[in-house]
Every structure is written in C-alpha cells, then in structure tokens.
Design a protein around this ligand. Structure first.
Ligand code: EPU
Length: 337
C-alpha cells in the first residue's frame, strides 16, 4: 500500500516546525484504507499516534510509533428539516474550510470558531473553543475506528464527555479510537452569540450577520495570535486554570485586577495569558523559544528551537506562575511521543 511511508521528517506536519523523524507514517485518505490497515496489522494503542493539522502538538524526539495522518476529505449534508441541518464532515477536512462552507450556506454554530487552525477530526478531541463558543455545542455524533480491531463505532454527543478543552477521546479508553468523521447539527435560523467581550464591543446592538461575525473573529485573532506560517507556534500553549472559589477569593485580595470567568461546579477560571503576562514573560526570548508579544499564552519558535528547548522554556513559565500565584497552569499542547 502506498499510504505507508518510512522515516519522514515531521517538520511540515507540525506548526512549531520541529524537525523530528517518524519511523512509519500512514496517510489516511479514506476510512476504508485505515480499517484494512488496522485489521491487517495487529496494532496496539501504544503503537499509534494520530495527528490532524499538527497545530496542537510539540514533538520532542523521533517517533517510533505508527503516525497516522488524517487526510480524508468531504463535506455532505445528510439530513435537514425546517430548522436544522445535519452535515457529515470527514476528519481530514481543514476546520476553517468547513467554517467557511457553513458561513456561505448561512448554517449557524461554527462562526465564532473561525480561523482556528487544525482539522475537523481534531476538533472534538480537544473540544476546540473560542469567543464564547465550543465545538461541543454543534457536534451531533463522532464517528471513529477502534484501533484494537478496526471496527467502526459512533459516539453521540453526550457519550463524548466534553469539558473545557477535554473529551472522552483524551482518556485512556478514548485513545483507542481514531476520529474518522464528525456529524454536526447546525441551525438554519440566525443564532448570533456575541456575548464574548471583544465581540460585544464590535457589535454593541447585539446584531450581526453570520459573515460579519466570521470577519470580526478572524480580525481579532489576527491582531493577537501569530500566524504559524510566519512565526511557528501551536496557539495557546497552556489551558486557562480552573480554581476553587475560596482560593480565588484569597488570590484576588492580593491581585485585584485578575480576569476571571465562572466555570463548572461553582469554580473560577483564570486567564493563563494574564498570569504569564504579570510574571513579566511577554515578549521574552530564550534559546530561540519565546513568549508572543501580543498574547502571553502563546509560545513561539523563532526558528531554531527544538522540541525540548520549547518544553524546558514552558516549564520555566509554569514554575514562575506557580511561584507568584500558587496556580498550576497545565499544558494544552500535546507533547509527542
Ligand atoms: N491577557 C493578558 N495578557 C495576555 C493575554 C491575555 O492580560 O498576554 C488577558 C486579556 O486581556 C483578557 C484575558 O487575559 O482579559 C483573556 O484573553 P483572551 O481573550 O485573549 O483569551 P484567552 O483566555 O487568553 C482563550 C483560548 C483561545 C481563544 C480565546 C478567545 C484557551 C487556552 N485559549 O484564550 O484559544 O482564541 O480564549 O476566546 O482557552 C487556543 O486554544 O489555541 C486558543 C487560541
């Protein structure tokens, strides 16, 4: 089969631009090929590593597992009624191409998630979110293949255990499944969500056309987030930390300007970018790795940093945030292997 390659460089397949080698790489252009590959070869979960757009990973050394790169394409309406439309999208579609398709058709639900890098298959795994929206709100079903036996299995939204940047597919059991396509439920009726601060400012009368929201989100992202093609990065490097209300009350006495949002179970979510910023990291560089000068949550590769250099740099940031605020900021980016 020509889908399987030996010893290829991953430099082009991760947005940090890290040059490590993968021993075996399987390019999946069709779910059927993936199924027969899994059935022919007795593969264990630990032998497999799946990537989509490579926009949320940090490779630190050569990968001896089988790297599966999802490249299957297709967007298809499978059902519709007066109010809703159900769209099946193959995992290898570029997420933002799909958002663009939705906006052109005026199908509501993905517009606030405009310009997020990566593929459709990766979207449910980390429940991508931005500007008040999360992809879980438009996911109807996630179709997968079980790496243990090559069998297909579908998960309804409520079976996916979605949380902030989290899902069943990140759990030990969930890692056995490769997402091959996603079925979205989108609304035909205008449902603008302009609740997020920066969108509220742009649309003070709480009205906007779908294409105006896409344009606004794209502009806000461009003004804050570096383009990985120009300055390699993987978006937010850390998750926003969630802490107890009691801890927050104490912290706020010392740092009254802290940005915060209500989170699940009465907890409080802080802005990791602000914490890193307050530690003085914004715009700092070390050994080719740096903190972006417009959004401190983003670590950038100025050209020559390898994966370990970036990882070590990120640990220093974690430690300094912990020393100042007593809060642990967890990585959002997945370190490979
Ligand atoms: N802030 C600072 N300094 C900074 C960065 C942020 O003070 O250097 C403050 C901002 O002023 C703002 C607050 O922190 O008051 C939050 O900043 P922002 O609106 O930029 O959002 P975020 O919480 O830092 C999250 C997502 C982003 C997403 C934005 C917009 C995570 C880990 N990140 O960032 O997602 O685009 O909200 O909704 O939840 C990504 O996941 O890769 C990503 C870019």
């Amino acid at each position: 089969m020509t889908n399987l390659f030996q010893k290829i460089s991953l430099k082009e397949y991760n947005t940090f631009g890290i040059d490590v080698e993968a021993l075996y790489s399987f390019f999946c252009y069709d779910e059927k090929d993936l199924i027969s590959f899994l059935r022919q070869n007795k593969i264990k979960k630990s032998d497999i590593c799946v990537i989509g757009g490579g926009s949320n990973i940090l490779p630190v050394k050569n990968i001896n597992d089988i790297l599966v790169l999802m490249r299957n394409k297709g967007i298809k309406i499978i059902e519709e009624n007066k109010n809703d439309v159900f769209v099946k999208v193959e995992a290898g579609e570029i997420w933002d191409d799909f958002v663009d398709w939705c906006v052109r058709k005026e199908f509501w639900g993905t517009e606030n998630l405009s310009s997020i890098p990566g593929t459709v298959g990766a979207a449910p795994v980390q429940n991508i979110g931005a500007y008040g929206a999360e992809v879980k709100n438009v996911i109807y079903k996630v179709n997968t293949v079980d790496t243990r036996n090559g069998k297909t299995e579908s998960f309804r939204n409520e079976q996916c255990d979605f949380g902030y940047r989290n899902s069943f597919f990140k759990s030990e059991e969930g890692k056995n499944f490769i997402v091959t396509s996603v079925i979205f439920k989108l609304s035909k009726n205008p449902e603008p969500d302009l609740s997020y601060g920066s969108l509220k400012n742009k649309f003070p009368d709480n009205k906007a056309k779908i294409e105006e929201i896409r344009k606004a989100v794209t502009e806000i992202r461009k003004s804050k987030l570096p383009d990985p093609k120009i300055l390699p990065n993987a978006g937010s490097f850390f998750k926003n930390p969630v802490i107890s209300e009691a801890k927050f009350t104490k912290l706020r006495k010392k740092f009254p300007g802290l940005v915060y949002y209500p989170a699940e179970d009465g907890k409080i979510k802080l802005a990791a970018g602000q914490l890193i910023d307050l530690c003085g990291w914004k715009g700092k560089q070390e050994n080719g790795a740096g903190v972006h000068d417009k959004q401190a949550l983003v670590i950038v590769n100025y050209g020559n940093a390898d994966g370990n250099t970036i990882l070590e740099f990120s640990k220093k940031i974690q430690q300094s945030v912990y020393d100042k605020f007593g809060v642990l900021i967890e990585r959002e980016v997945r370190v490979l292997p």
